[in-house]
Design a protein around this ligand. Structure first.
Ligand code: SAM
Length: 224
């Protein structure tokens, strides 16, 4: 059985009882960064063997883990934070497990965009999750596509690019759209900046340094 186990996005208390039990019971944990995950494992007295499985080795390692799963071992995949497969490795091993008829269980749990979306106060009945934009090539055309959608959309963004991205969205005619910049969710310095994008921009610009992890929520176009 392959288990996909969500882990906290900041506050280490945000983990389910079932996630802790699963991580204790499986034969092997595969993790994006074993050093990051060890902090969580130590906190919950989990001494299951752990190996690395990340974007740079998943193609070379997936067959090895599929063979182990077929041989009856149980494996839990975790990422550095949140739900595996959401802007993190996961898709490949899930796809290969399905084609090899291996049972999969994905535990429900933390993922950064859900609390950001719900806290934003923007329509969340329908939304588009984009995750990370391409850094260079294709970034502009992807943004043009996103602003053409009728729904709220969600970006995972770096603190180094958040001002530029907000400016770009304003240049694309979204200055009057409402948005939310959600930073360091569940952590000590959690912050949500809400408002029209052309009001959010000066707030971001007024900060000496923007640190931490960010989810941007952009509300739907205003009805004319
Ligand atoms: N798998 C994760 C999930 O389920 O949300 C996402 C992993 S992705 C590599 C990391 C990005 O998620 C960050 O760059 C940021 O955009 C967002 N993120 C993760 N933790 C966050 C937090 N505590 N506050 C705000 N954004 C966060």
């Amino acid at each position: 059985m392959l288990y996909l186990v969500p882990t906290p996005i900041g506050n280490l208390e945000d983990i389910t009882l079932r996630a802790i039990r699963t991580l204790k019971e499986v034969d092997l944990i595969i993790a994006e960064d074993t050093r990051t995950s060890k902090k969580l494992l130590v906190r919950y007295d989990i001494d299951t063997p752990i190996q690395s499985f990340h974007a740079h080795n998943e193609h070379s390692k997936v067959d090895l883990y599929i063979e182990q799963l077929k041989a009856g071992r149980s494996i839990a995949l975790i990422s550095d934070a949140g739900t595996p497969g959401i802007s993190d490795p996961g898709y490949l091993i899930v796809r290969e497990s399905i084609s090899n008829e291996i049972d999969i269980s994905c535990l429900p749990g933390p993922t950064a965009f859900v609390p950001a979306l719900v806290m934003s106060g923007l329509p969340c009945d329908r939304f588009h999750f984009e995750g990370f934009l391409p850094v260079k090539k294709g970034r502009q055309s992807r943004l043009e596509y996103l602003v053409s959608l009728p729904n709220t959309f969600i970006l995972y963004e770096s603190p180094f690019r958040v001002i530029k991205t907000t400016q770009k969205l304003i240049d694309l005619g979204c200055g009057l759209r409402r948005g939310a910049v959600c930073r360091e969710l569940t952590k000590i310095h959690e912050e949500v900046i809400r408002g029209e994008l052309n009001k959010i921009l000066p707030v971001l610009q007024s900060k000496t340094k923007i640190k931490g992890e960010i989810v941007m929520i952009i509300g739907p176009p205003k009805k004319s």
